[in-house]
Design a binder for this molecule. Structure first.
Ligand code: CAO
Length: 415
């Protein structure tokens, strides 16, 4: 049995944050029933289309292992169908704009009346407060959650990151909230509301920057390169380029081939405990006992000089050679891997983290499988559903409609 087998999820999510959450639950074995508008579906089906006529990678890569039912929830018959689905399901997940479900007639109060055991989970851009009515997308959340103000180079514009911490990050948070509420329901017998605001989710992932905001009161942040460059700190946590977020200085350094390969770089952390190993590796054994270099404190004001010396060595090696040499010496390094390299990585293929999936409209494509591995509930990635592919079976098997009722619903455009 899969870990979440028997759990029915009414999936009213779209775009990225909500679908990330329900895809995870589906990988753990939940029956995820994705409700989509007839003839339209999740907007991402037709966004960034690369194969004309086929569902986009944007959609397919976020909606594996789900079933799709089309229901127009703004028609009377559609509302009845949705009501029946709420009665039959354990969890309802949505990430519509604020108030959209209430306008459909499905407020939390109503949902509780229909099914007191229902766990109702939502993603919104902001929690209660001045901005609670706003529609929010990924980069807005990154900006509002403290990520952009702390990402990028000092003196340069704030930067958003490639990792979708606003959408996918919040989806992950929400999934944890849902399984926690399911666990709680075992004792209480009741459902509850689970909410995760994207701003809050991003801020949670940026907590080390809020840590640094408070440390500023005690003086300059000495592990930041800015300190070694004698640049004064302002009132807020600054952007710190590629400085390490922890107490040990780290940077991205050039490796052999950097002139032509945009990803020929390594991350290099000058972990204090292995400083002597670093000195030997980079050809500076004299720094081991030199009072100007031997301790983290004396090195902090000279980070540029230190990393220049390390880079002079990394530039003589490929990023993989750097890893092979440094790993046995416990020097923390990491190659900058491109998406091309990751998509071809044998290990990731073997563990099912990178998976090839076959799709009837678009043929074979690569996706990221479940990154969370359970020993007794392994995930297989099943292709995403076509729009309304499971409408008939869900209406029949889940809510018990007859063939005549299904035909009438289709006639009215309710499904
Ligand atoms: N049948 C009938 N109507 C349906 C339907 C269905 N099955 N499914 C959705 N709809 C309707 C909704 O009821 C809503 O109608 P009203 O505006 O009349 O109430 C309408 O479709 C559009 O919903 P929306 O406002 O959520 O969609 P949008 O494209 O305008 O906004 C987004 C998208 C993502 C900005 C917004 O949903 C949002 O802010 N969500 C919360 C935050 C979030 O998750 N953001 C991350 C998205 S990924 O970057």
């Amino acid at each position: 049995m899969k870990a979440l087998e028997g759990v029915k999820i009414l999936d009213m999510t779209h775009v990225q944050s909500g679908p990330t959450c329900t895809q995870l639950l589906a990988w753990f074995g939940a029956d995820v029933i994705k409700v989509e508008r007839p003839g339209v579906g999740d907007a991402t089906r037709k966004q960034l289309v690369d194969v004309p006529g086929a569902d986009s990678l944007y959609f397919t890569m976020l909606n594996h292992n789900k079933r799709s039912v089309t229901v127009n929830t703004k028609t009377e018959r559609g509302k009845k169908i949705l009501t029946r689905l709420i009665e039959e399901c354990d969890v309802m997940v949505e990430n519509f704009a604020p108030g959209a479900l209430d306008r459909m007639g499905f407020s939390w109060e109503n949902i509780q009346k229909i099914n007191p055991r229902m766990i109702y989970a939502s993603v919104k851009g902001f929690g209660p407060g001045d901005y609670s009515d706003c529609k929010v997308y990924e980069n807005v959340a990154q900006c509002a959650g403290g990520s952009a103000s702390t990402t990028g180079h000092l003196g340069d514009v704030p930067m958003v990151t490639g990792a979708q911490i606003g959408d996918s990050g919040t989806g992950l948070h929400l999934a944890l909230g849902i399984v926690t509420a399911l666990f709680h329901r075992e004792h209480s017998g009741k459902g509850q509301r689970v909410e995760c605001a994207m701003q809050d989710g991003v801020l949670n992932l940026c907590r080390v920057k809020l840590r640094d905001q408070q440390r500023l009161k005690a003086g300059p942040l000495k592990e930041y390169s800015q300190f070694s460059e004698n640049i004064l700190f302002g009132e807020a946590t600054p952007r710190a380029g590629n400085d390490s977020g922890g107490g040990q200085p780290g940077r991205i350094l050039k490796c052999k081939g950097w002139e032509k390969d945009p990803d020929a770089y390594t991350y290099f952390i000058t972990q204090a405990a292995v400083w002597k190993n670093i000195c030997d590796v980079i050809g500076k054994p004299e720094w081991k006992e030199d009072s100007e270099w031997a301790t983290p404190e004396v090195r902090l004001p000279k980070l540029n000089e230190m990393f220049d010396a390390i880079e002079a060595w990394t530039m003589t090696k490929t990023k993989f050679e750097v890893m092979e040499i440094c790993n046995p010496l416990n020097i923390p390094v990491g190659p900058i891997l491109s998406m091309k390299e990751l998509s071809e990585d044998e290990n990731l293929r073997k563990t099912g983290t990178v998976v090839e999936v076959d799709h009837p409209e678009r043929g074979k494509y690569l996706t990221v499988g479940n990154p969370i591995k359970l020993s007794d509930s392994p995930s297989e990635v099943v292709r995403s559903p076509l729009l309304g592919e499971h409408t008939d079976e869900i209406l029949k098997d889940v809510i018990g409609l007859s063939d005549d009722e299904i035909a009438a619903a289709k006639e009215e455009g309710a499904v």
